[in-house]
Design a protein around this ligand. Sequence first.
Ligand code: SF4
Length: 196
Amino acid sequence: MSRPVRFNIHPKQADINAAVSMSEAPAGYPGEGFFTTNLASVVGLARKNSLWPLPFATSCCGIEFMATMGSHYDFARFGAERVGFSPRQCDLLMVMGTIAKKMAPVVKQVYLQMAEPRWVMAVGACACSGGIFDTYSVLQGIDQVVPVDVYVPGCPPRPEAILDGFMRIQELVGKESLRRRGSEQYKGLLESYGIQ
Ligand code: SF4
């Protein structure tokens, strides 16, 4: 049996008002003409909806990221369409692909050049654990050189998985305490990677 062919000759008019969704307001106290909440919630709300990713794509997983940026999956919906290649301006390092040991110091240098607060996402089996390349030349996970916040499994992960990982980063960013980056625990984490 042949598959029915669909022609898009009578496209439905999109209901723009119904399609637009708003960010949820943080927990607080609303009143007539005012809204009170705590500073960390407002900063978290702003940060999580304006992340600037730095795609460090070395192989096939990077192609999945390109699909994620395209109109179908539309990464821009999350306020993250401003992909940058300057570590100084970006706050989310997305490592996608096989990282050779020779490349590891470069990943670390890019991380060091990013200003705080910064987050890291390991996208795909290679970035998470070396993937199928259990060899002398491949880094067995980028968490050997930089701290990772979210791991996205898959070889390669589908764009939906990348979006899911990104939403988990947003959750972390939205809930992060403003004091975390100055805490002894965070300094200890960086010191364990040899970062002052
Ligand atoms: S995880 Fe798979 S798809 Fe992604 S870079 Fe490694 S080999 Fe390629």
